[in-house]
Design a protein around this ligand. Structure first.
Ligand SMILES: NC(=O)c1ccc[n+]([C@@H]2O[C@H](COP(=O)([O-])OP(=O)(O)OC[C@H]3O[C@@H](n4cnc5c(N)ncnc54)[C@H](OP(=O)(O)O)[C@@H]3O)[C@@H](O)[C@H]2O)c1
Length: 210
C-alpha cells in the first residue's frame, strides 16, 4: 500500500519502520519538507518528506499521528480525501480539539473522507515498533463506522506483527478507545509499570470452542 504518515514522532516513526519492513511504500507528510530533520528511528532516511497536501495525493492510506491540537490545521491541508482511508492514532490526553471530543470525531466532521478508523492509539509506540513478546504477540484494537477502513487497519496491524485485531465498535466508541489508551498510560506512567507491557485478550477454551 502507499501510506502517508502525518506526524513523524514516536508513533509515526514506529509505524513507518514496521510498514517499510513489511514492504509498504511510506511517505511522510510534514509541515516543512525543507527543514524536516527525518524520522525518529533508524532506517527512515529513505522515506520521502512531502507537504501534507502532496503526501495525501499519492496515498491510499493516510495515517495521522500528530498532536491533537493540530487536527484542524491538518484537516484543512488534506484536500479531497473522499477516495482515501484515514487512520487516526491520536489521543486527546491533555488537549481536546474543541468543539470535538476527540480527533477522530473532528476528522469525520472536518474532512470528506468516508473511511475513517481509530487504531494504533491504545498502546505505546514501543509496542507498535515491536509487538512481539517472545511467547506471544500482542493485540490491536480499532473503532469506526467504515468496514473498508477497519479491514485495512487490521491488515496493517498484522503486517506490523500484532496477533489479533479486535473491533471496539462504531464511531460511538472513539471515546472509549481513548479511555482504553488512558488506562495503558495510567499503568505505564502514573502507576509506574513502565512501557514494556501490553493488553492482550485471552479466551477460555470451552467444549464448544474445541
Ligand atoms: N507516544 C505514544 O506512545 C503514543 C501511543 C499511542 C498514541 N499516541 C498518540 O499519537 C499522537 C502522536 O504521539 P507521539 O508520541 O508520536 O507525538 P510526538 O513524538 O510529539 O510527534 C508529534 C508529531 O506531530 C507533528 N505535528 C505537530 N503539529 C503538526 C501539524 N500541524 N502538521 C503536521 N504535523 C504536525 C510533529 O511535527 P514537528 O516535529 O514538526 O513538531 C511531530 O512529528 C498523539 O496524539 C498521542 O496521544 C501516542
Amino acid at each position: 500500500m502507499n501510506i502517508s504518515i502525518i506526524g513523524t514522532g514516536n508513533v509515526g516513526s514506529s509505524l513507518a519502520q514496521g510498514w517499510l519492513k513489511s514492504g509498504h511504500k511510506v511517505a511522510f507528510g510534514v509541515r516543512d519538507p525543507h527543514t524536516f530533520g527525518g524520522g525518529k528511528l533508524p532506517g527512515l532516511s529513505t522515506v520521502q518528506a512531502k507537504t501534507v497536501e502532496e503526501a495525501t495525493e499519492g496515498a491510499d492510506v493516510i495515517v495521522i499521528s500528530a498532536v491533537p491540537q493540530a487536527v484542524h490545521e491538518i484537516a484543512s491541508s488534506l484536500g479531497d480525501v473522499s477516495s482515501k482511508i484515514i487512520i487516526d492514532t491520536m489521543n486527546s490526553v491533555r488537549v481536546k480539539p474543541d468543539p470535538y471530543n476527540n480527533t477522530t470525531e473532528a476528522l469525520v466532521a472536518l474532512t470528506n473522507c468516508k473511511d475513517i478508523v481509530k487504531c494504533f492509539n491504545t498502546t505505546g509506540a514501543e509496542n507498535m515498533a515491536n509487538p512481539n513478546y517472545g511467547i506471544m504477540r500482542i493485540d490491536m484494537f480499532y473503532a469506526g463506522d467504515s468496514a473498508k477502513a477497519k479491514e485495512t487497519a487490521a491488515q496493517l496491524a498484522k503486517d506490523l506483527g500484532f496477533e489479533n485485531v479486535y473491533d471496539f465498535g462504531g464511531s460511538d466508541k472513539f471515546q472509549l478507545m481513548e479511555h482504553f489508551a488512558m488506562s495503558w498510560i495510567n499503568l505505564a506512567i502514573m502507576q509506574g509499570y513502565g512501557r514494556d507491557f501490553a493488553f492482550k485478550i485471552v479466551k477460555r477454551q470451552t467444549s464448544e470452542s474445541n
